[in-house]
Write a protein that binds this ligand. Structure first.
Ligand code: PRT
Ligand code: ZN
Length: 288
């Protein structure tokens, strides 16, 4: 029997686990104690159940409605080709899927791969790329430690996830083509409706408040009144900044919100406009 709770699939243990759980917890959801072998955990104050699974299995479980939504790498969603929708991008686990070859080999474009053997755990994504580019290569599917394949003579090249690039370097490989960029995504079943849809909307509302907060900072500063107009243009805030007169004549205090991405640029300009006593404070939740 379906409990009516929204079922969320997350990776049991791996690169996505901690950030997925942080997102759920920062959304104000308290879960029943998770033991080491626990497969399911229920929300104590919100109608959800969290299912702990291998990341490879998450697209299938969501497509089959065993879970309603899941947090998983986009690469797994592309590879598994299950009928699910990507509904959000929480902004972590960014990486790329790339082709890499031994450093000792010369690379002169995609035709290099014609007639070569490529080891990968992502055969479908690779096959699609090769077909689109009319390259005839042999795909050798392996499930782990793909990077050692060329060194032991199993393949001429690899197609694998790269983030810092250090795994490639330590295996004397070089990245020659980026095929796909990936990050963690929230996927949803296509059959969510009624009360579950309502729970999902509430959850996404909370998740956005958490993510917005992470991307923004609260900023307070003192500014000479003659610069206020220019400073306001730099710091639109959520509606417009709050401005209060200071006891010292000709000066005001200004409060606003600034986006992490433009942060240093804006601070520099504020200083040029005569702003002083700038305080920057993290935001815990932000509802826009
Ligand atoms: O047990 P389970 O099947 O659940 O986990 P898993 O071992 O299959 O996956 P896991 O935890 O390794 O990765 C989960 C997801 O994290 C992936 O599907 C990607 O979406 C994402 N991700 C982000 C990464 C990386 N960065 C990453 N660097 N997944 C794997 N790697 C590996 C890569 O395979 C290579 O071996 O790290 C190595 C490369 O890293 P650099 O930094 O040396 O370039
Ligand atoms: Zn996996």
């Amino acid at each position: 029997m379906d409990s009516g709770n929204l079922k969320i699939a997350v990776q049991k243990s791996g690169r996505l686990s901690e950030k997925s759980m942080t997102l759920i917890k920062e959304s104000g959801i308290r879960l029943t104690q998770e033991g080491k072998l626990k497969l399911v955990s229920a929300g104590q104050n919100f109608p959800v159940e969290v299912l702990f699974l291998r990341d490879d299995d998450i697209p299938q479980y969501v497509a089959d409605n065993v879970a309603d939504i899941g947090i998983v790498g986009e690469n797994e969603v592309m590879e598994k080709q299950k009928p699910v929708d990507i509904i959000d991008r929480p902004g972590f686990a960014k990486c790329r899927l790339s082709l890499a070859i031994p450093q000792s080999m010369e690379y002169n474009g995609l035709s290099f791969f014609n007639g070569r053997k490529i080891a990968t755990s992502y055969p479908k994504i690779l096959q699609k790329f090769l077909t689109e580019n009319k390259i005839g290569a042999e795909i050798h599917e392996i499930s782990g430690s793909v990077e050692i394949a060329p060194g032991i003579g199993l393949a001429d090249a690899i197609f694998d996830i790269v983030s810092s690039g250090s795994t490639l370097i330590s295996n004397r490989l070089k990245e020659v083509e980026v095929v796909l960029r990936s990050e963690a995504v929230i996927i949803a079943s296509r059959d969510i409706s009624g009360p579950k849809k309502h729970i999902l909307d509430q959850l996404l509302f909370r998740i956005h408040a958490v993510l917005n907060a992470g991307n923004n900072k609260y900023i307070l500063l003192n500014a000479p009144n003659e610069s206020l107009e220019k400073i306001t243009a730099l710091l639109p805030g959520m509606k417009s900044p709050t401005i209060m007169p200071l006891a010292e004549k000709g000066w005001s205090s200004l409060h606003s919100v600034v986006n992490e991405n433009d942060f240093w640029d804006i601070i520099q300009k504020l200083k040029e406009l005569g702003a002083q006593g700038i305080l920057v404070i993290p935001i815990e939740k932000m509802i826009v």
